[in-house]
Structure formats: C-alpha cells, structure tokens
Design a protein around this ligand. Sequence first.
Ligand SMILES: C[S@@+](CC[C@H](N)C(=O)[O-])C[C@H]1O[C@@H](n2cnc3c(N)ncnc32)[C@H](O)[C@@H]1O
Length: 292
Amino acid sequence: MSSKKRFEVNRLLGQVIDALEKAEKAGAGPEVIESISAVRDMLQRKDEFTDYASSDHGETCEKIQVETYQHDFQADYDQGKIPSVYEAMMLCGRAEGQFLKSLISIQRAKRVLEVGMFTGYSAAAMAAALPADGELVTLDICESLKTLVQDLIKDFRHAHKIRIEIGPALETMARMADNGEQFDLMFFDGNKKDYIGLFQVLIRYVKMRKIKDYIGLFQMAFDRNLLSPGGTVLIDNAFIMGSAFASPDKSSLAHEIAEAVRNRTDLHSALLPMNDGILMIRRLKDVERDAA
Ligand SMILES: C[S@@+](CC[C@H](N)C(=O)[O-])C[C@H]1O[C@@H](n2cnc3c(N)ncnc32)[C@H](O)[C@@H]1O
C-alpha cells in the first residue's frame, strides 16, 4: 500500500509514514529514523492487536472480505455501475464489525437501519446478532451492489433478516418515517470519500423540505422519530478522515457535526476513537434515566 493510501485510511499512521520518508530524504541520523519507525510500528501493531482481541468474524464476513478485496471496482466504475472507484478498505473490518454486533446484543435491538451497505460486511456482522424475527434494513445508492450482496449472502443463515433498499438514503429514510417505521439502532456509514457530499445532499434535501435546524442525519432519527424509544444512533467516520484533528482549525465538517450534536441538550453523545471515530448518540433521558 502506498503511503498516500495509508494516509487516507489512517491519518495518524499516514502522517508518521510521511515524516519517516521526509527524515530519510533529509539524511536524518539512525536514532531519529529508529524513533519514527517505532511510532509507525506501534500504530500498526495497535490495529493488529485490536483485530486479534476481537472475536472471529465468521464464514460469511470472511467470504465478503476476501471477495471485496478481489473485486474489480475499476471495471464497475468504467461500466457506470458505481459513482466513483470504490475501495475494499471501505468495509468496516473485524474490530468494528464485532463492536456493532456486541452493541446490538447489549441493546437487544430487533430492528436495525444501516446507511451504506457496500458489499454487506457490516450488514452481515450485525444481522448475526439479531433475533430470528429481527430485521436489518440496509440502504445503498448503487443498484449493482444489491445483486453482488445477494449473491455473497445466499448461503448465510441470517440472510432472511437482511432487507436491501436502493436509493438515496435520505429519501428512503423520509419515506420510512412517513410510514411510521422505527429502528432500535441506526448505523450511518456513507462512503468515506463521499461523506462530505452526503451531508451536503442532506442539507439541500432538508432545505427542500423546509425543515429548520435539520443539519445532520441524526436529526432524521430523533426529530422524525425513526429511532425507537431507547434507541441508539452511530455515526461512523466521525473524525471525517481524521480532519477533526489533522489541524488545530475547528471549522471542519467533523467539528460542525459534533457542534450540532452538542447543541442538542436532549441528546447524549460519546465518541469512540475506533478506526475513523464512531459517534454514539442517544436521547439524554435514556442515558441519565432520572433526567426530565
Ligand atoms: C463506506 S461504504 C459502507 C461500508 C459498509 N457499511 C461496511 O462496513 O461494509 C459506503 C456506502 O455508502 C453508499 N452511499 C453513498 N452515498 C449514499 C447515499 N446518499 N445513500 C445511500 N447510500 C450511499 C455507497 O454506495 C457505499 O456503498
């Protein structure tokens, strides 16, 4: 993997690799090179250990992961099937998949909504934690992914719990809210590269519907009651590709989202610094249970 790619996947690791390349080019002494290399190795080993200490992801997730890494997304893009050249690293991976699975079991969730299905890795991880009559609705904008995922999960014993809905997530979610659908847990994982675009689409969409102060996907959950009483919203990539801490500047989209949540006194949030950050949001009264 090139250092540019690493930088995109893990901002801190990318920065260290960049520093190492610069130090080598500048002819830095062996102590400096060793010291920077040690930081690089520790960051890599931290990720490896996080996966190692998390449960095995099972046959279906393994199959999805292997086939996703072999898939030719360039060909899909050339045929106009996907809006950009998707990358296998977009799937959330073992540690996050197992975290989601744990959380569903803790929450005793029966209905889960996912925004951003991709090749179905996180959907499969989460579906395995649902009861037999549970349902995981996963949304994606790409029709071609539906056939791909249906094929990948055809022998999965939890496949019957997975419902795939194709279309722009916010439109699908608005329709679901109109129909009175509710979910115990919602996982927002739009395309990492399109994440900013996703929020811009949201803002445009919201303006169209003239709903004031509607600047985040989480508000669809809380204000339109798509989220069940006692439910939880998870926003993946809350660091927005590390932009939250890449500079001291506090005007990044990540700050904007955090600010929007902080301004809501009826909500409670906790940010888990796993991968690119997972922001967990719940109604305050469900967290501080004697709150008004
Ligand atoms: C990061 S991937 C999801 C990864 C998946 N959750 C996993 O861990 O395996 C993001 C997905 O979001 C989809 N997406 C992007 N914008 C969308 C939108 N506006 N509505 C629905 N899906 C969208 C992309 O097509 C892509 O498949």
